[in-house]
Design a protein around this ligand. Structure first.
Ligand code: AMP
Length: 500
């Protein structure tokens, strides 16, 4: 049977000349493919020496660095399951992940060594690694061999577990196999036409599907290069974009670029595609970007459990406010409460099926079974509509749907209306418990700088445009909306804040 180890596939696609750079660090240093290959082999040896056997988990709460990438590659090579953890997680959250996934090895920053030791069990071996590639992991690998034959694997063997952000209930560990990651990476590389000539501007975190899989896989499978920036910084972006050919970002990156008056066409001349995802790109942002630069952002849709599902086309028409048609090999359908497909263009639950869809939630067989239909589609929990043109539109998370007086209100409809009012920068619409209606539609609004907006003015502007049951019962003006590192508005925080 074919060996499905993802590293083997990557290695075959590395440039013939391994001394080609892969990572371009903003300070001027480069990391070649040869170094990635050698250092990931050394780490694979170190992990095996630490007692890891195929299938063991390796947890990493580390800053973005070349060695952090090698740690991921080492896990692939050795058949270990990589468990990246958001660098913002605190001890209480980490304790849950460690108890749940029971990693054999933990890699953390030197500063976190004390707190990590306090929650790790004696069986877990801890190494340290900082953002300058220093730490006990580096000491450990110094004497290790620089080659390591990838362990032969089946497509279903696990490559990684990524915990979902878990805005309600327990965070769930999505199990992704070598086959899942390879299928999605190959599809994206082809769909977005990655080639060895590309230079990706990479300023995303690497503990999330977007920065770790979508971005890094596209580069490694095309033998190209990437600016490897620790975080998104507008000034740095303005310097590096003219030396890049692709940018991948969350919507916040694009709104921050647009907020800088210097940003314009001259920064985009070499960039063949700007890709956005992980959170909704406002149609206004799509339009302003096109107006300023002449370029249409390519929006795509995916999630931890599935990798990427749909994408606006590279060559065909890109439509703002949509996430494009399903990717080749991925089936997408929109269903109603009865589980049947709704008529084209109607709102329903988005379900997906394909080789990209994960193997299930770690240690949660019942939850996994609940989230799949009898014919193998995954219920994404997103609501959307699929009109006759085949371009999917996301309406929001099912759990954000507001039911008021027994009637459904889709927050996005109200948000779009509020966002279109003069003086509004952005808004979030949530449902908060209400004794009479069940939930009360509540709007949280950010005004543009210097706009003289009040709640009453917003209510007055909405009234003639909305059915009574959709009208916000409360409107709060705030300075900004709470967002996570991927730019998603944290509606759970807003709900807690405004619950009466
Ligand atoms: P995560 O698992 O953190 O990547 O979050 C996945 C969720 O982000 C999806 O289920 C969607 O709710 C949301 N999402 C991702 N991409 C988009 C997009 N282009 N537009 C709207 N929502 C998106």
């Amino acid at each position: 049977m074919r060996d499905a180890n993802l590293y083997r596939l990557m290695r075959r696609r590395f440039p013939a000349d391994l001394d080609q750079p892969c990572l371009l660090l903003p300070g001027g240093a480069t990391v070649t493919y040869r170094t990635l290959d050698a250092r990931s082999a050394q780490i694979a040896h170190a992990l095996v020496s630490a007692g890891c056997v195929a299938g063991d988990r390796v947890a990493a709460q580390v800053e973005k660095s070349a060695t952090a990438v090698c740690l991921y590659l080492a896990c692939l090579r050795a058949g270990l399951v990589y468990l990246p953890l958001n660098t913002g997680y605190q001890q209480r959250e980490l304790s849950y992940f460690l108890l749940d996934a029971k990693p054999r090895v933990i890699v953390c920053s030197p500063d976190a060594m004390g707190s990590m030791s306090a929650i790790a069990t004696p069986r877990m071996r801890i190494f340290t690694l900082d953002d300058r590639d220093q730490g006990s992991l580096i000491n450990e690998i110094r004497t290790c061999f620089e080659d390591f034959k990838p362990v032969p694997l089946q497509e279903g063997d696990l490559a990684a577990i990524l915990y979902t952000s878990g805005t309600t209930g327990r965070s769930k560990g999505a199990m992704l196999s070598h086959g899942n990651l390879a299928a999605n990476a190959l599809t994206l590389g082809e769909y977005w036409a990655f080639s060895a000539a590309d230079v990706l501007y990479h300023a995303l975190p690497i503990y999330h599907v977007h920065g770790l899989f979508v971005a890094i896989h596209c580069v490694l499978l095309s033998g190209s290069r990437m600016w490897f920036c620790p975080r998104f910084d507008v000034k740095e972006a303005l310097e590096l974009l003219p030396r890049s050919s692709v940018m991948m970002g969350v919507p916040t990156f694009y709104t921050r670029l647009l907020a800088n008056p210097e940003f314009g066409r001259k920064h985009c001349a070499t960039v063949r595609v700007f890709i956005s995802g992980s959170a909704p790109l406002l149609p206004e942002t799509f339009a302003s970007f096109e107006e300023r630069t002449g370029v249409r952002i390519l929006e795509r849709y995916g999630m931890t459990e599935t990798g990427m599902n749909t994408s606006n086309p590279l060559f065909g028409e890109r439509i703002g406010g949509t996430v494009g048609p399903p990717l080749p090999g991925v089936s997408v359908r929109v269903t109603g409460a009865d589980g049947k497909s709704v008529p084209a263009g109607d709102i329903g639950g988005i379900e997906v099926k394909g080789p990209n869809v994960f193997r299930g939630y770690w240690g949660m067989p019942e939850k996994t079974a609940e989230d799949f239909t009898a014919d193998g589609f995954f219920r994404t929990g997103d609501m959307g509509r699929l009109p006759a043109n085949g371009y999917l539109q996301i309406v929001g998370r099912a759990k954000d749907l507001i039911i008021t007086g027994g009637l459904n209100v889709y927050p996005k409809e109200i948000e779009e209306l509020i966002d279109s009012l003069p003086g509004v920068l952005e808004s979030a619409v949530i449902g908060i418990p209400h004794p009479d209606f069940g939930e009360a539609v509540t709007a949280v609004v950010v005004a543009q700088p210097n706009a003289r907006l009040t709640s009453n003015k917003i209510i007055a502007a909405l009234k003639p445009q909305l059915a009574g049951f959709k009208m916000p019962k409360y409107v709060y003006m705030v300075a900004d909306l709470p967002r996570n590192t991927m730019g998603k508005v944290q509606k759970n925080i807003l709900r807690q804040q405004y619950e009466k």
